[in-house]
Ligand binder design. Structure first.
Ligand SMILES: [Zn+2]
Length: 302
């Protein structure tokens, strides 16, 4: 970067819905090594905004595992549930710009009436001009525009999406009153001065929504790198929910080795018996993001 003030800031943002598992370890390893290899900061954010999904004790559990695995983070940990007033203020700014409207459509309404978009159902704008009264249960949506959003992903290449046609006006605050992930993540990335986002490819199609919000909020757009996700034999993403991808909370080296191999870094087989320090030292010296396969799914068996 030519700007001498530039300072890389990366982050790892797990949801506290269970123990750290192989899929999230891969994201932690890649975001950490990329940040450290750029002499940058690496921050941890607990994305607990979807409170219905949180499992008590799981945030602390994830943090303890990261420590045992040898990760060191900068700054204080950010918890989204402590930032609701900030999200409320930003929502108000979007309301003032006349970008937000109330939507009373139920899931059933949407299933019956929607056209199929690339990502499933694109919201057709049913409630856009209805001006539903405040006292009916409603979600809040943001008006999208019929233009292509394009960005260049460091791993997956150029990605384009017509928000209006492929997603539709999207939800900013849910019917149950919880803020949508899309809003919270954009506000937090800006607040923490995140310059580079490294995360799983399952969030690739969310990125244009986030860029759209960044543009409306005059935030700087971070650079993005989306990693392949680990899938089981059926091609489903391994997750804490389907019980696959568990890692030994107390034996970091084999799991770190597997993560490095998953990320195409070709770790020396002797490292399976190395110390935690040695494997991290090797990883930092040899880290090369260009070696990460530019494919969406990689089978993983533990
Ligand atoms: Zn609606």
């Amino acid at each position: 970067m030519s700007d001498s003030n530039f300072h890389y800031r990366g982050r790892f943002a797990p949801s506290p819905t269970g123990q750290l598992h192989f899929g999230s370890l891969v994201t932690a390893v890649a975001s950490y090594l990329e940040a450290r290899s750029q002499k940058g900061d690496w921050l941890v954010r607990i994305e607990d905004i979807d409170e219905l999904r949180n499992i008590p004790g799981s945030a602390d559990d994830i943090l303890r595992t990261l420590e045992r695995y040898g990760f060191e983070w900068d700054d204080d940990i950010l918890y989204q549930t402590r930032r609701k007033q900030i999200y409320e203020d930003v929502l108000q700014a979007l309301i003032d710009k006349k970008l937000i409207y109330r939507c009373i459509c139920s899931r059933k309404d949407l299933r019956e009436n929607n056209e199929m978009g690339q990502q499933g159902l694109a919201y057709p704008g049913t409630c856009e001009d209805k001006n539903h009264p405040e006292d009916i249960a409603h979600a809040l949506r943001i008006r999208t525009s019929n233009q292509i959003i394009e960005f260049s992903d460091a791993i997956m290449g150029v990605y384009t999406q017509n928000l209006k046609q492929e997603i539709g006006d999207f939800i900013i605050r849910r019917r149950d009153g919880l803020f949508a992930y899309q809003l919270a993540v954009v506000i937090d990335d800006a607040f923490q001065n995140i310059t580079h986002v490294v995360r799983g490819v399952d969030l690739l199609d969310s990125t244009p929504r986030q860029i759209f919000l960044q543009q409306h909020l005059s935030y700087t757009q971070p650079a993005y790198a989306h990693l392949p996700v680990a899938v089981d034999a059926q091609g489903d993403k391994i997750s804490k929910h389907n019980g696959s991808g568990g890692i030994d909370q107390y034996k970091p080296v084999p799991a770190l080795f597997a993560a490095l191999r998953f990320l195409g870094q070709q770790p020396d087989p002797a490292l399976t018996k190395a110390s935690l320090n040695t494997i991290w030292q090797w990883a930092l010296e040899h880290w090369n993001m260009n070696k990460i396969p530019a494919i969406e799914k990689i089978p993983y068996t533990d």
